[in-house]
Design a protein around this ligand. Structure first.
Ligand code: HDD
Length: 696
């Protein structure tokens, strides 16, 4: 069997149905004459039970909903492919990693964790990053997150952390938010969650886009080569667009302005041909080197810093097609950590071991029985033959009478495969021990990496963590919970952190009891640090909102537009009304969005061209001024030419503040566009110390 990037698409095509050019029928294929009126006795009389079309239509509607995922209910999916850069035969026998010309189809689902299916995309939360590889040897699911650690070490605590984080059971509040008593109560009593807590309070929990975040397999897995040699591995996804985040105020506003912000961003960019790309990275650890690491590799609350074990980039994941139907694909896709192919194996990480059960089990209630693998999006491309029988909604019609093994009636089929023939053989790890409910000594270090994460952040990133904790704990009603987080958790992570949080909450500063490890800093963890290699002259897929009124400087608009588009960005012209606005040259320009329907939080940067008449109108327009001030407050690049710098003065914004690019002589003067693009490429200018003086 040979699989290429489009094989899954071709397989799905057999199940697609397109109404174009067809008559409407009932589910039984009977042509429908009228779907607007139920069958009744007389035009004003009662409806007849005999109306099979009415009954079927309503019955189908009544049962359209299925249970949402118990976690990660809100998500967005995309199709694509994975391609290795070179053969990894030395590391793994997995077929998808052997040949650099081979493209394996994938389906990816990104998600938030805590919110319901209809909740906002920009909640402070972990993001799911689940990848299903349809390989020639069957499906491999890498069910990861955008954060490389987890709250708990043992899967048996999963119901507890999720119950604590989800809306509280008595009144089902708050939606998609961890800023409430039960979450922080649990955290205050669970020191092992300290490291993950730092990540969730950091900018990592507010991605700018699914296209601009990392992904992690979290657990240590095994790679096994054809000689049976096992090595430990951590999986990483590195986004080609770099890692970027929103600011919290922006997230909260986007939750109302565009709750589908991430879903829309993913969908629209794939439609535009801006295919999101991620590189697969591997951290390989030889078995003999594990002890030297000094980090418990079976503990999912730990990372192995990149400085200790570098990340080798071995292939790329490209998302190049949107699903055809949300429910059929994105909702019904079922991932499972236990879906592995020969060459990839588990470790004894107690979180992973528990997940291997949970993901199979959860689909029984979510997708209504054991035959969920026969749903088109879940079907492997590899052929399936076994003696599994029956159950609700069985699709496959098994031929023959020998549905047991061994058999002679069926000629012994389906038969076994030796390992050499591709049969999955579990790694023969030697284990020995007593049955007990206990965790080893090596799992007891809870704070050193939490502190390492905090201390690896740049100053602005640290400030964001403090602000996030103050926001969250500020929403916690019970004072004793706030105090316990400060005294029992933060005091053990970092002195500066606990001091600032305690002061911000009006609590006494506890005596710090910081626990430090051998490695106290990992620069690779900082988003700001990652930017050091970023290009300054490219702004791929960045959105620039342009504020105009009649009389704007036409040359400035067209010169800036040309430069932004050349650098990969996109301009969106915003005016009071839809239709056109007239430039200084008398020519009309199409308005893309009316000020009524959009807001600065939907853009990465703002540009205001000069033109006395246009600027005079904008200066008196509260919405336009709010747009500029809010973008300033959110640390975005702002470009103004000629008279438009008056808007900065009117808004209380200094033209020499970081990220502000102003040119009194116009867009073609003195590298204005190059400087503006560089300012956008910076993503956010955190060092605007006066930003809190500007209203938004
Ligand atoms: Fe989980 C869904 C990621 C721990 C039990 N999980 C789910 C999804 C992602 C993750 C991305 C959404 C999949 C999709 O898009 O359909 N989960 C993780 C990561 C974890 C983790 C990275 C820690 C390293 N999960 C975890 C534990 C358990 C679960 C410890 C249970 C013991 N997760 C589930 C689940 C879900 C799920 C209940 C809900 C829907 C589903 O599985 O299919 O079984």
């Amino acid at each position: 069997m040979s699989i290429d990037a489009r094989s899954k698409d071709e397989a799905l095509a057999r199940d697609r149905s397109n109404p174009t050019g067809h008559r409407m029928t009932s589910d039984q294929g009977i042509p429908i004459e009228n779907t607007d009126n139920s069958l009744r006795v007389g035009a004003r009389g009662p409806t007849l039970l005999e109306d099979f079309h009415f009954r079927e239509k309503i019955m189908r509607f009544d049962h359209e909903r299925i249970p949402e995922r118990v976690v990660h209910a809100r998500g967005s999916g995309a199709h694509g492919y994975f391609q290795p850069y070179e053969s990894l035969a030395d590391l793994t026998k997995a077929n998808l990693f052997q040949d650099p010309s081979k493209k394996t189809p994938v389906f990816v689902r990104f998600s938030t964790v805590a919110g319901s299916r209809g909740s906002m995309d920009t909640a402070r939360d972990v993001r799911g990053f689940a990848v299903k590889f349809y390989t020639e040897e069957g499906n491999w699911d890498l069910v990861g997150n955008n954060i490389p650690v987890f709250f708990i070490q043992d899967a048996i605590k999963f119901p507890d952390i999720i119950h604590a984080a989800k809306p509280e059971p008595h009144h089902e509040m708050p939606q998609a938010a961890s800023a409430h008593d039960s979450f922080w109560d649990f955290i205050s009593l669970m020191p092992e969650s300290a490291h993950m807590l730092m990540w969730v309070m950091s900018d990592r929990a507010l991605p700018r886009s699914y296209r601009m975040m990392e992904g992690f397999g979290v657990h240590t897995f095994r790679l096994i080569n054809d000689k049976g040699v096992s090595r430990f591995v951590k999986f990483h996804w590195k986004p080609k667009l770099g890692v970027h985040s929103l600011v919290w105020d922006e997230c909260q506003k986007l939750g109302g302005k565009d709750p589908d912000y991430h879903r829309r961003d993913l969908w629209e960019n794939i439609e535009k041909g801006n295919f999101p790309e991620y590189e697969l990275g591997l951290q390989i650890i030889e078995e003999k080197d594990v002890a030297k690491l000094g980090i418990e590799i079976l503990d999912s609350t730990k990372i192995i810093p990149e400085e200790l074990v570098p990340v080798r980039r071995v292939g790329k994941l490209v998302l190049d097609r949107n699903p055809t139907n949300f429910f059929a694909e994105t909702e019904q896709v079922a991932f499972c950590t236990a879906n592995v192919v020969p060459g990839i194996d588990f470790t004894d990480d107690p979180l992973l071991q528990g997940r291997n059960f949970s993901y199979l089990d959860t689909q029984l209630s979510r997708l209504g029985g054991p035959n969920f693998v026969e749903i088109p999006i879940n079907r492997p491309l590899a052929p399936v033959h076994n003696n599994q029988q029956d159950g609700f909604k069985r699709h496959t019609i098994l031929e023959g009478r020998a549905n047991y093994f061994p058999n002679s009636l069926g000629g012994g089929c389906p038969f076994m495969s030796s390992a050499a023939e591709g049969g999955y053989r579990h790694f023969p790890e030697k284990v020995d021990g007593e049955k007990l409910r206990a965790r080893g000594e090596s799992f007891q270090d809870h704070f050193t990496q939490a502190g390492m994460f905090y201390r690896s952040m740049s100053k602005p990133e640290q400030e964001h963590i403090i602000a996030a904790i103050l926001f969250e704990l500020g929403k916690v009603e019970r004072k004793e919970v706030r105090a316990r987080v400060v005294e029992q958790i933060l005091a053990k992570i970092d002195e500066e952190l606990v001091t600032q949080v305690a002061e911000g909450l009006g609590l006494p500063v506890p005596k710090p009891a910081v626990e430090k490890g051998k490695i106290d800093k990992s620069p690779a963890l900082s988003i700001e640090y990652m930017k050091k290699d970023a290009k300054k002259d490219a702004i791929p897929t960045r959105l620039v909102g342009v504020l105009v009124a009649d009389g704007f400087d036409a040359e400035d608009l067209s010169a800036t537009r040309a430069a932004i588009e050349k650098a990969g960005g996109q301009m969106v012209v915003i005016a009071k009304r839809l239709g056109t606005v007239k430039g200084s040259d008398g020519q009309p320009v199409m308005v893309d969005k009316s000020a009524l329907t959009t807001a600065s939080v939907e853009y990465d940067a703002v540009f205001v061209p000069g033109g006395a008449a246009s600027v005079a109108v904008l200066k008196k327009d509260a919405d336009a001024m709010h747009f500029i001030q809010e973008a300033y407050r959110h640390c975005k690049a702002i470009g103004v030419t000629r008279e438009a710098s008056e808007l900065l003065d009117a808004g209380g914004i200094s033209s020499s503040a970081p990220g502000i690019v102003a040119d009194a002589k116009g867009a073609r003067h003195h590298h204005f566009t190059a400087k503006f693009i560089e300012s956008i490429a910076e993503h956010r200018h955190w060092m605007r110390l006066d930003r809190n003086n500007v209203p938004a």
